[in-house]
Each structure stands twice: as C-alpha cells, then as structure tokens.
Design a protein around this ligand. Structure first.
Ligand SMILES: [Zn+2]
Length: 380
C-alpha cells in the first residue's frame, strides 16, 4: 500500500456533495474500478452487448474522481453498472471528457491492489477499458491523449477478405473454445473468444480449437473467463451468471482451474443456485444471502454397497464458504463415502466395546461393595 487513497483524502469534500446524488442508484470511487471492466459504447445503449438483459438489470452509477478545476473538486461521472458480470458501461463522449481524471484514480487502485491486478493481467488503467463495441470493418479504436480515436483501416485485398471471413467462421463455430496464434515461436497462449489479445493475432495465423493444443498455456488476462466458458460449456449464455456467482462468493481462479481440471462442470440460470456436476454426483450450491449452503443429489440405497440416484437434493449440512464446499465436492465419491461409513462403524463398535468393559468392571466393584455390606450386616 503506497498510493494515498482518494476515498480517504477527499472524504470530507465528497460528503458535501453526496446529498445531491439523487439521480444515481449507486456510486463507486475511481480507485475501486480496477476490478470492473469498463466497456465503452457509442450513440445509444443498443450497441451494448447483451443489451436486453443489461437494460433490465443495470443500474445508474456515478464514478467518483478528482478534478482540481471542478467546483468542489469532485467529479461524478455517469455510467451504467451490470452487477451480473460486474461490467461498467460508459458512453464514448463521457469517456473522452473524464478519462484523464478517471485514469489517475484507477492507477491508484492498481498500485494499491497489486495481487489482484497481477492475477488479472492489469498493469495500467487502459487494461480495464474495452473498446470492442467501437470497432467495425473500417475503423480501429485506440486511446491517445486521454481520448478515443479511430484509425481508418486499409482497404483490403480479396485474399485478406477471405482470411477475415475464415477467422470469423472459426470464432462463430460453437465447438471452438480456445483461440490462438499458429506461430509456435510466439508466447503460445490460448485465449477466450472475447480476449482483447486476439486482436493482435493476424488473420492468417488465427486458429480456433475445441481442445487444448500441445504446448500451449492459458492467457493470464482471460484465464478466468476461459475456465468459466469451459466449465459451463455448451451453455455460453450462462457465462455472465456463473461468473457473477463465483465472483460474489469469492472463488479464486486457481480454484476454478482445479475444478475444470478434474472435469467438473457447472450451470446457473440465476444468482440463486449453481448446479455442479462433481466426480460422480450432482450438487447444488444455493445462495443464502451472503452465504451459501451445499445440497447433494438424493439417492436410494439398494444394499450395503449399491445405490441409485433419484430426483431432488438434500442439505449436506456442510459448513463453510463456497471454496470449502467445492473442495468437499472434489473429494466425494460413493466409494469413499462407503469407506467413511465403514471406518465410522468400526470406530463405533470399538467404542461400544470399551463401554461394555467399563460397565462390567463397575458392576464388579458395585457387587463387591454390596457383598461387603451384606457380610457386615450379617455379622451384626
Ligand atoms: Zn487472453
């Protein structure tokens, strides 16, 4: 922690204007934004990806930043926030007006949260900004001098158009999960279809694959999204919800990687429950306010070792956070469950034996005393 927090430094000034913020549902300090992708849109909201859902679920937010020339020094930058995927949407002209202030605030957040930023490949404020909405066939957006500019693309030759089409068809193929460059001398990283790094791969080297090609590793920047895409495949529509669920209950990327490595899959249609296919069984992690509970598929025991799985779930009474529950699911198999029961049975039998011996010894002692008393009375 070395950069001075604006939230702390300007708390008094913020108090003076806070009561005026009646036109927004919530606000966030610029220095908190390192955790939130900032999507720039243009013209109107219909250019926002997933526009329908965003419109229903997003809230108006104010992004708080510092401008020494503004009245009261505090700027409240209007934006939209979609809690499901933690994206913030900002209009291009608003972005151009305020980015030079916001960028300073975000830089403070990055400096003060090195661990998170390193894990998510965020080195500078521009790394959280997504300009994809502004890109089209003829224009390439970029940020220069605090503003978004558009580069005119060169008119393409037929061969280039053909390559572009081939690239798009690889991207559109629902079987493809991993995208990468065929240049094996490069960094050999695999990307999610929405990763910005893909834009630096030329069309003629652009590859897509349903499987991990040999010798490639997951890109640090899009790893989390890629793992979630793998885990809920083929339900790509559930990615924002699953992503929101893991974020809310603080499941780390390392943990997600472990789950996916073990072949576990997950599904969530809303934020109330996530269904997880474990090693053999099916589980549900259900939201209970800020906490979660773990539910296990019902089954009927046919014999000491056999069972069949039936409808519905029962509460596993597993206490802990979501990561703890995931570890529980990862280690559960029916065989281990039976071994556990067997161990418990042996332990119970041993304990019962100890109690019996104790009881016998006590009886002996008791009888001895009675006998002695009887003898004593008899003598009298
Ligand atoms: Zn990537």
């Amino acid at each position: 922690m070395c950069a001075m927090s604006q939230q702390v430094l300007y708390a008094e000034l913020f108090k003076d204007i806070e009561y005026k913020l009646t036109n927004i549902d919530d606000y966030a300090w610029g220095e908190e934004l390192y955790e939130f992708p900032l999507i720039v849109y243009t013209k109107n909201r219909s250019t926002i990806p997933n526009y329908g859902r965003v419109c229903q679920e997003a809230v108006d937010v104010g992004l708080i930043t510092i401008n020494s020339h503004a009245e009261g020094m505090i700027e409240v930058v209007p934006a939209l926030y979609w809690p499901t995927n933690k994206n913030i949407y900002i209009k291009d002209d608003i972005f151009n007006k305020y980015w030079r202030y916001l960028r300073k605030s975000i830089a403070i957040g990055i400096e003060n949260n090195p661990e998170y930023c390193k894990e998510h490949g965020i080195e500078k404020p521009e790394d959280i900004v997504e300009l994809r909405v502004l890109r089209d066939y003829n224009h390439e957006p970029y940020i220069q001098g605090g503003k978004i500019k558009l580069k005119i693309r060169k008119q393409e030759q037929p061969k280039q158009t053909e390559l572009k089409r081939a690239r798009q068809s690889k991207l559109d193929n629902p079987k493809n999960i991993f995208f990468y460059s065929s240049n094996r001398d490069g960094s050999r990283q695999l990307h999610d279809k929405e990763c910005e790094v893909l834009d630096s791969i030329p069309d003629e080297k652009f590859m897509g694959s349903p499987e991990v090609p040999d010798g490639y590793i997951l890109c640090r920047k899009c790893k989390r999204k890629l793992l979630i895409r793998m885990g809920c495949y083929p339900n790509t529509k559930q990615i924002p919800t699953c992503s929101g669920f893991f974020q809310k209950y603080r499941v780390s990327t390392t943990e997600l990687e472990r789950m996916v490595d073990m072949g576990m899959t997950f599904h969530a249609e809303d934020m109330s429950v996530m269904t997880i296919n474990g090693i053999e069984d099916t589980w549900q992690v259900r939201a209970v306010g800020d906490r979660v509970s773990l539910w296990h598929n019902n089954y009927v025991k046919l014999s000491d070792t056999e069972r069949y799985i039936t409808d519905g779930f029962h509460n596993q009474k597993c206490k802990g956070n979501m990561t703890y529950m995931l570890h529980y699911i990862e280690s559960y198999t029916w065989k281990k469950h039976l071994e556990g029961e067997e161990q418990k049975k042996i332990k119970d039998e041993e304990e019962a034996c100890v109690v019996a011996v104790e009881a016998e010894r006590k009886t002996h002692w008791y009888h001895r005393v009675i006998d002695r008393i009887k003898r004593f009375i008899g003598r009298k």
